[in-house]
Design a protein around this ligand. Structure first.
Ligand SMILES: NC(=O)c1ccc[n+]([C@@H]2O[C@H](COP(=O)([O-])OP(=O)(O)OC[C@H]3O[C@@H](n4cnc5c(N)ncnc54)[C@H](OP(=O)(O)O)[C@@H]3O)[C@@H](O)[C@H]2O)c1
Length: 287
């Protein structure tokens, strides 16, 4: 059966496609992109690249023609959550009309229970997929570790202070590559129909531990400096983030300090084996 992957021009979809190509012949894969030129690297490897835009049902019907299994990477549309929900409804409808036999969807950790505003879209999308009757796998991805561990940490190393509103809570984040590999594993093996996986690291980490790793890796002392959401929003705005986005992220991080992402699951380890240690992600971010 052919495997169709959307979002291949993005970071997660790219790694999922690369992982699949290590295990399945290129002619079993179909890559879907709204900008097919960005997926030229896949065409060069012998993968069929089809145009598909989440805003355009007709394009998706062509992209999903012939059916198969589908990795549906959630939209990155940032401007409007209603538009994203419409896009997801369009993808689900196209999948149903094209005879897709299994959808693996990149959802969010605890999609049905989470009070976080950003979970609503994923909760709605899970419900749409369930209603479609297509067998599904919900890959309920936690935050990528890279959301917290990225180039911005160089600033923490330079100043000697890791400023964050996430003062004490444990975080269950996993690397984006690990999550992409989990998605590929679900598409390459059987027995994942109508299953829900809470995709988290097997163990929590804290910002205090991150400060210690930053010290160890850089050779310079870095200490944790807790901040309120308001203080953190000002810092983000000072780094050039638009004020509404800065306020949103700061409020979200403050919510995370209440332990919203402080539960773990073994699902990711079961799917891919050993996960990437936090220290490895830190080294990559500072390299
Ligand atoms: N778990 C987390 O921490 C986290 C963090 C951020 C985002 N996410 C979610 O996870 C998804 C995958 O993450 P990522 O890091 O791979 O994001 P990404 O690098 O931004 O990739 C998003 C992919 O979706 C494609 N896309 C966006 N709008 C589309 C449309 N209208 N039609 C067809 N394709 C469209 C993009 O195509 P283009 O290349 O043409 O833009 C790209 O290939 C994101 O889209 C977002 O929903 C999760």
């Amino acid at each position: 059966m052919r495997i169709i992957v959307t979002g291949v021009t993005g970071q997660l979809g790219r790694i999922a496609a690369e992982t699949l190509l290590e295990k399945v012949p290129a002619d079993r894969l179909i890559a879907v992109a709204r900008n097919v030129e960005k997926a030229a690297w896949l065409a060069e490897k012998g993968v069929e690249v089809r145009h598909g835009d989440y805003n355009d049902l007709a394009s998706l019907l062509k992209a999903f023609e012939g059916g198969g299994k589908l990795l549906f990477v959630s939209s990155s549309e940032a401007s409007d959550e209603t538009l994203r929900a419409l896009q997801h409804a369009t993808v689900t409808r196209a999948a149903k009309m094209s005879g897709i036999t299994h959808i693996a969807y990149t959802s969010i950790f605890r999609a049905q229970e989470s009070p976080l505003a950003l979970s609503l879209l994923h909760r709605t999308t899970e419900n749409m997929i369930r209603l479609s009757g297509i067998p599904y796998t919900f890959l309920r991805n936690t935050f990528y570790t890279e959301v917290f561990v990225n180039e911005s940490l160089r600033q923490a190393v330079e100043s000697g202070a890791l400023v964050t509103p996430i003062a004490t809570a444990g975080l269950n984040t996993a690397s984006r590559a690990d999550m992409a590999k989990a998605a590929a594993a679900v598409l390459m093996s059987d027995g994942h129909e109508n299953r829900i996986y809470e995709i988290t690291a097997p163990k929590l980490w804290t910002m205090k531990e991150l400060a210690q790793i930053l010290s160890d890796v850089s050779g310079k002392p870095v200490v944790l400096k807790p901040a309120t959401a308001a203080e953190y929003a000002k810092i983000l705005a000072g780094w050039g983030m638009p004020e509404p986005a800065a306020a949103m992220f700061a409020a979200l991080y403050a919510q995370l300090d209440e332990g919203e992402f402080a539960q773990t699951s073994d699902d990711l380890t079961r799917l891919i084996g050993e996960t990437t240690p936090l220290e490895t992600v830190v080294k990559r971010a500072l390299a």
